[in-house]
Design a protein around this ligand. Sequence first.
Ligand code: GMT
Length: 374
Amino acid sequence: MKIGITCYPTVGGSGVIATELGKMLAEKGHEIHFITSSTPFRLNRMYSNIYSHQVDINNYSVFQYAPYDIALATKIAEVIKNEKLDLMHVHYAIPHAVCAILGRDMADSNIGIVTTLHGTDITVLGSDSSLKDAIRYGIEKSDVVTAVSDSLRDQTYDLIQPDNEIQTVYNFVDEREYFEKEMSSLKRELGIELDEKVIIHVSNFRRVKRVGDIIEAFGLVQQKVKSKLLLVGDGPEMSRMIQLVRDMGLGEQVLFLGQRDNLADLYNISDVKMLLSEKEAFGLVLLEAMACGVPCIGTRVGGMPEIIEPGKNGYLAELGNVEQIADFALKILTDPEEYKRLRSGSLATVKKAFNSAQILSQYEAIYETLLDGR
Ligand code: GMT
């Protein structure tokens, strides 16, 4: 099949999933056309059957805002026609589904459009009444709509009330990148003693991620267990978090590592992963950690209860309950039997429910039904 993919190409779970999916589809022989504002960041090697089409936006002085959405729709139309695409798979209802619908119309084509909802488009933008109608339009005019968790699917029905079906297709992890390996040399490089425990958090440091709760819970943990906290990523809350760490006197124990591309290595020196968000449609970083054998502590929010099975591969805490979070972490860090059990539970979860081959086949089956219907 010739498949067009549009996503946000920068760092972020939706871009990771879209790019990994494109790469794996290409490895299965499909021809993939990324239509994005820049080359997706995970497209790090050459594939003979992957093409990248960049959207050019001219900043004419007559426009107060550069017309990205129109430029994207025009590029999608051009690629549909020139490359004779069989279908488009877009990630995010707005702007991408809406742009694909417009592009298909401009190309006078009837190819199928698959839209995958990742969360922010629904949980944040969906509550903005000025965008709700555009989101509903993008969903209803798509031929197939998928959501990355049952929770996101149900929230979309509640908030947007579209009249078409939304099916859950879970995210997956690239097992060739995320797996267990011995990385004690990295621990030394980072100045962490071999007998110190490591807690890790990876995010874009947006307010919804509640990084402050992680630092506060760590403050309690480190009073009882010799440990370090790795904070990986960057974003709007960063300077506030640096200040919080200073105010709590934790400067020596909290390592701000910024954006990193060796996440698998960092997970492999970690004992617990924390993601304590107030909104999280799925939590791809949980899967990446579990694939490296790291038990996770999440909040009972969004799609996280669909990944974390308490007592099997981690624990679910109540949002903002830092004492409970610290207790869970201490339980994992101080009881070797418990840690061993959760570690193998984490590896098993990824293998059983979120392996790439299984999810890839689900998407391929969706694409085939679309082709059959045309
Ligand atoms: O979490 C973010 O802020 C980034 C966002 C994105 O668009 O990449 O992540 C969303 O999509 C990921 C991939 O499906 C999910 O794992 C994240 O849970 C989801 N984020 C939110 O729902 C806040």
